[in-house]
Design a protein around this ligand. Structure first.
Ligand SMILES: NC(=O)c1ccc[n+]([C@@H]2O[C@H](COP(=O)([O-])OP(=O)(O)OC[C@H]3O[C@@H](n4cnc5c(N)ncnc54)[C@H](O)[C@@H]3O)[C@@H](O)[C@H]2O)c1
Length: 496
C-alpha cells in the first residue's frame, strides 16, 4: 500500500464514517513477492546485545532488572523523564555488580540521543502509550531493533507508520506481549499445533483487571503534562487520562496476542471484521464518590466498565475480546481456544476437555487431575521445559516476563527471526482504534486492515521454538527475585 492508499484508508476509517471504512478496507495491494518483507526476517547474530531502557517507571524498572540477568545481554543506556528513576536503576546495576551505563538522560528527548548512539543495538521501550510509536520509529530510523511494551501503538495511522518504517529500514519491531510467553499460553499453542484440539474455530481473550486503586493511587502515574505526582497537581495520571477521553478496548493485546497465535493470524488467517459494544461507566464513578473528596470525585470517565468485541477472521473463526478495569472482579485473561476435538481454557485454573473419539461425549467434562498431569507433561512448551525453573526464580507475572526477554535476546544472539513481527504488533494494536470506531457508531461492523497486504495467505504459521541454553554465553547463577519488583506486582494484585 503506497502512501496515498494508506491515507485514503485512514481518511475512510477515521473521518468518513463506517460505510467508508468498509470501502477503504478493500485497498489491498500485494507486492511482487510471496511474503511480506519483514515476515521471517532475521538480523545477523549480535554477540553481545546492548540494550537501551527507555522509561524506567513501574514496568520499566522490572524490565531493566530482568534484562540484566539474561546472559549475553547488557543494559547500556537509560532514559526517563525523572532523574531519580534513572539514578535508582544505575544504583541497582552497581549494587548487583553490573556495568553502570553512562549514556543516561532525564529528559523527554533523551531517547533520541540514545537511538543515535553507536553503542546501542536494541531500544526497549517501556514509556507511556503515546510514546510507543514515536520511540520505535526513531529507533528503527537509526538502525536499532525496536521492542515496545503494550499496546504497540494507539492508532491505525501509527500502525501503518511502524509497518512502513520497519519495511523501509529493514529493522525488526516487536511488541513485548509477555502473555504470549505464559506457561499455559505456550502449552496451549503447542496443543493447538499438535492438532489435539482439532480444527480451531473459536477463541476468547480478555483483560479483566480491577485497576480502580491503581488508576486513582496518588503516586502511580505522572500526568500527560509531566507532573510526577499527577493527583497532587490536580490532574489525572496518563492512563486515566486515556480512559477519561476515549471508549473502546484501549488495552487489547494481553488476551488477544495468545489467541492470535493459536489462530495463526497474519500467517494463514487474518482478522476480517469486528463489532464492539460497551456498557456505561459506573465503576470508576462509584469508587471515586465513595472514597475521595477532591477533584477525583467528579471526574468524568468515558471508558465503559465493560467493553465486549467480537472479531471474525478471514477463515471464519470467531474471537470474543473483553476489557474490564473498573469492576470488582477477579483477574482474568479468559484465554480460551475451542476446536472440533476439544477446548482448552485458563482462569481461574487451566482446564482442558477432549473428545477421544468423535461423539464419545467425553468433552462434557474437563479432564481429571491425573489426565491433566499427563497432558501437561506432554505438551509443556520446550522453552518452559528448559528455562521454567529459572523463570520461576526470577518471577515477573509468574515467570513469563523473563521467558520473553530470554527468548528475544536468544533470537538476536543467534540470528533468528523474532517471535512476533511488526504486522503482529499492528494487527493486535489496531483493535484500540477499530473497537472505538464501532462503539462510537452503535456497534456497527468495522473492517480490519490487512497490514500484510495479502501475505498472510502464504506466510508460514507460528512455530514451536525452543532455546538451547548452551548457545548462551553464561549461566543464570545471579538469577533471583527482586524485592522491589515483587512488591510492585503484589500492589497490583498480580503474580510476582
Ligand atoms: N506487559 C505488561 O504486563 C505491562 C504491565 C504494566 C505496564 N505495561 C506497559 O508498560 C508501559 C509503562 O507502564 P508503567 O506502568 O511502567 O507506567 P509508568 O508511568 O510507571 O512508567 C512510564 C515511564 O516512562 C517515562 N517516560 C515518559 N515519557 C518519556 C520519554 N519521553 N522518554 C523517556 N521516558 C519517558 C516516565 O517518566 C515513566 O517513568 C505502558 O505502555 C504499559 O501499558 C505493560
Amino acid at each position: 500500500m503506497n502512501g496515498t492508499d494508506r491515507r485514503e484508508f485512514l481518511k475512510g476509517t477515521v473521518w468518513m464514517g463506517l460505510a467508508a471504512v468498509a470501502a477503504g478496507c478493500t485497498h489491498e495491494r500485494t507486492f511482487g513477492f510471496s511474503g511480506a518483507p519483514m515476515q521471517g526476517f532475521a538480523m545477523k547474530p549480535i554477540k553481545k546485545v546492548r540494550v537501551a531502557c527507555i522509561g524506567v517507571g513501574k514496568r520499566g524498572m522490572s524490565a531493566l532488572r530482568r534484562i540484566s540477568l539474561v546472559p549475553g545481554t547488557e543494559v547500556v543506556a537509560i532514559a526517563d523523564l525523572f532523574q531519580d528513576r534513572v539514578d535508582r536503576e544505575r544504583k541497582w546495576l552497581k549494587d548487583h555488580g553490573k556495568k553502570v551505563p553512562t549514556l543516561t538522560f532525564a529528559d523527554p528527548e533523551g531517547y533520541k540521543r540514545i537511538c543515535e548512539s553507536d553503542e546501542v543495538d536494541v531500544v526497549y521501550n517501556v514509556t507511556p502509550w503515546y510514546m510507543h510509536a514515536p520511540v520505535c520509529k526513531y529507533a528503527m530510523e537509526h538502525g536499532k531493533v525496536a521492542l515496545t511494551d503494550v499496546p504497540g501503538c494507539l492508532t491505525l495511522d501509527e500502525c501503518w507508520q511502524l509497518v512502513e518504517t520497519s519495511e523501509r529500514t529493514q529493522i525488526p519491531c516487536m511488541m513485548l506481549e509477555n502473555c504470549c510467553y505464559g506457561d499455559e499460553e505456550m502449552m496451549m499453542l503447542n496443543m493447538v499445533k499438535s492438532g489435539i484440539l482439532g480444527e480451531i474455530v473459536h477463541g476468547e481473550a480478555a483483560y479483566i483487571h480491577d485497576q480502580r486503586n491503581l488508576q486513582y493511587s496518588s503516586d502511580r502515574y505522572h500526568s500527560l503534562q509531566g507532573d510526577k505526582d499527577a493527583f497532587a497537581a490536580g490532574r489525572v495520571g496518563w492512563t486515566l487520562a486515556y480512559y477519561s477521553k476515549y471508549s473502546g478496548n484501549q488495552y487489547p493485546t494481553h488476551g488477544l496476542g495468545p489467541v492470535a497465535k493459536y489462530m495463526d493470524i497474519n500467517r494463514g488467517d487474518n482478522f476480517d471484521f469486528l463489532v464492539s459494544l460497551e456498557s456505561k461507566q459506573a465503576g470508576y464513578r462509584h469508587y471515586a464518590r465513595e472514597l475521595f473528596t477532591d477533584f477525583r470525585r467528579d471526574l468524568e470517565v468515558r471508558q465503559g466498565d465493560m467493553n465486549l468485541s467480537l472479531i471474525r477472521t478471514k477463515l471464519g473463526r470467531s474471537i470474543l475480546l473483553e476489557l474490564a478495569t473498573s469492576l470488582p472482579r477477579p483477574y482474568s485473561r479468559l484465554n480460551l481456544v475451542s476446536g472440533t476435538k476439544g477446548t482448552a481454557m485458563g482462569f481461574p485454573d487451566f482446564r482442558v476437555a477432549l473428545e477421544r473419539k468423535t461423539g464419545d461425549g467425553k468433552a462434557h467434562e474437563f479432564l481429571d487431575e491425573a489426565e491433566m498431569k499427563e497432558l501437561k507433561g506432554k505438551y509443556r512448551h520446550p522453552i518452559w521445559k528448559v528455562a521454567g525453573d529459572v523463570a520461576a526464580k526470577v518471577g515477573g507475572h509468574g515467570g513469563m516476563d523473563f521467558i520473553m526477554d530470554l527468548r528475544w535476546s536468544y533470537c538476536l544472539q543467534n540470528g533468528l527471526p523474532l517471535d512476533n513481527d511488526v504486522y503482529d504488533l499492528a494487527a493486535w494494536s489496531s483493535m484500540v482504534e477499530l473497537t472505538r470506531a464501532s462503539v462510537e457508531n452503535r456497534s456497527r461492523p468495522v473492517d480490519c486492515p490487512d497490514f500484510t497486504r495479502g501475505a498472510w495467505k502464504t506466510a508460514n504459521g507460528f512455530t514451536i521454538d525452543g532455546i538451547d541454553l548452551r548457545k548462551l554465553p553464561g549461566d543464570f547463577s545471579g538469577a533471583k527475585r527482586d524485592e522491589e519488583v515483587d512488591k510492585t506486582a503484589r500492589s497490583e494484585g498480580l503474580k510476582s
